[in-house]
Each structure stands twice: as C-alpha cells, then as structure tokens.
Design a binder for this molecule. Structure first.
Ligand SMILES: Nc1ncnc2c1ncn2[C@@H]1O[C@H](COP(=O)(O)OP(=O)(O)O)[C@@H](O)[C@H]1O
Length: 191
C-alpha cells in the first residue's frame, strides 16, 4: 500500500493536492476535516459532539479522531493506499497511525509537508471564506486554528523526521507546479 501523509498549516493546499494525487496514484482520500464536517452536517451523534470544537477552530480530542479515522480506513479494505489529509495532527495520533497500519502489515510511505508562509495562508483563507462559508474561516477562528497548528501539530514533523520519512515541498506557486513537485517526491517512495 502507498500511504501518504500530506502535512501543512490551514490553507496550505492539502485538500486541492490530495484530490489530484488520489487520481494519479489510485488512492483513497481521507480528510479528517471533511469527515468531521460531514458528521456535523448530518447531525450524527459524533457531529453533535464535535460541532462546537470545529466552529471554534479547536482540535477534536485524539480518541474521537483516531476512532473515526480507523473506521474510514477499514471501510476501504481493497484500497491501494491512502492520502491522509489533516491527520495526524498530534504526536499521539501519529503514534496510533503507525500502530494501526502495522497491524495491517502496512506503514506510512512518506510525509510531505507543504511549505507556505503565514502571509500567503491568511490571504488564501480570506479568499476561501468568501466561497466556502466555513464558519471557522473568519479572522478570529483562523487565528485559533493557526495557533493550534503551531502549538500541537508542528510537533508531528520531528516525529517523522526521526523516521527519515519527512519531505518538504514548496507550497507556493500554481497548483500544477506544486502538484508536479509532489509527484516527483512520491515517485521516489518505496512501497
Ligand atoms: N486530526 C485531527 N485532530 C483533531 N481535530 C481535527 C483533525 N482533523 C480535523 N480536525 C478538526 O476539523 C477542523 C477542520 O479541519 P481541516 O478541514 O483539516 O482544516 P484546515 O482547512 O484548517 O486544514 C479542525 O480545525 C479541527 O477542529
């Protein structure tokens, strides 16, 4: 299996690039943000539990997030691999993902961090807010999401760096250029 983790701050372009990568490599896209939003919209039990956290830009507790992710992966037993987008966002999530994949005789092939500076992120999310109407895209909530990223999520990088699995790709430039740079990295991964 080719399991990829796409990593980066809010607005880095993970969703856009994931959609392109799953087509090329025939993978399944697992976006924990999309999954949570679908639960909120569908007013499921899980959705009711997490809706306030999402609206405030706070992370959902690890246990809930991990259970949801594992369920999603298990729904796709024939997948050639996965693109994990927005997961893992904490070190405990990264550890659990390794254990979970190991139980399936698989592993994370590589982690690609999309590098985008803060000014560009703020600009992109302001644009997206106009179209998406996501309640967590306003200025105050965005600040919270970026601070969650720098408080908790950034620590996932050294975890993968120690495993020799971390690659950085410049996330600024047009979508095709970033995509080609990602593919060049992924094509080096041994499955
Ligand atoms: N791995 C995760 N752990 C905890 N909370 C998460 C995780 N993934 C998504 N969420 C929740 O969903 C929200 C939106 O996630 P996402 O769409 O990935 O955001 P972004 O566009 O900021 O990258 C987060 O702010 C958080 O509340």
């Amino acid at each position: 299996m080719l399991n990829l983790v796409l990593f980066g701050p809010p607005g880095a372009g993970k969703g856009t690039q994931s959609e392109k990568l799953i087509e090329k490599y025939q993978l399944v896209h697992v976006s924990t943000g999309d999954l949570f939003r679908a639960h909120v919209k569908g007013e499921t039990e899980l959705g009711k539990k997490v809706s306030q956290l999402l609206a405030d830009g706070e992370l959902v507790p690890d246990a809930i997030t991990i259970a949801m992710l594992e369920e999603e992966v298990d729904k796709n037993p024939d997948a050639k691999g996965f693109v994990f987008d927005g997961f893992p966002r904490t070190v405990p999530q990264a550890v659990e993902l390794d254990l979970f994949l190991a139980r399936k005789g698989s592993k994370v092939a590589g982690v690609i961090a999309l590098d985008v500076d803060q000014d560009e992120l703020t600009k992109r999310i302001a644009e997206r807010h106009k179209i998406s109407g996501r309640p967590d895209d306003d200025a105050e909530k965005l600040k919270k999401r970026i601070s969650e990223y720098f408080d908790k999520t950034i620590h996932v990088l050294p975890y993968y760096e120690e495993q020799g699995k971390l690659n950085k790709v410049n996330g600024i430039g047009d979508i095709e250029t970033v995509y080609n740079n990602l593919c060049a990295v992924i094509d080096q991964y041994k499955v």
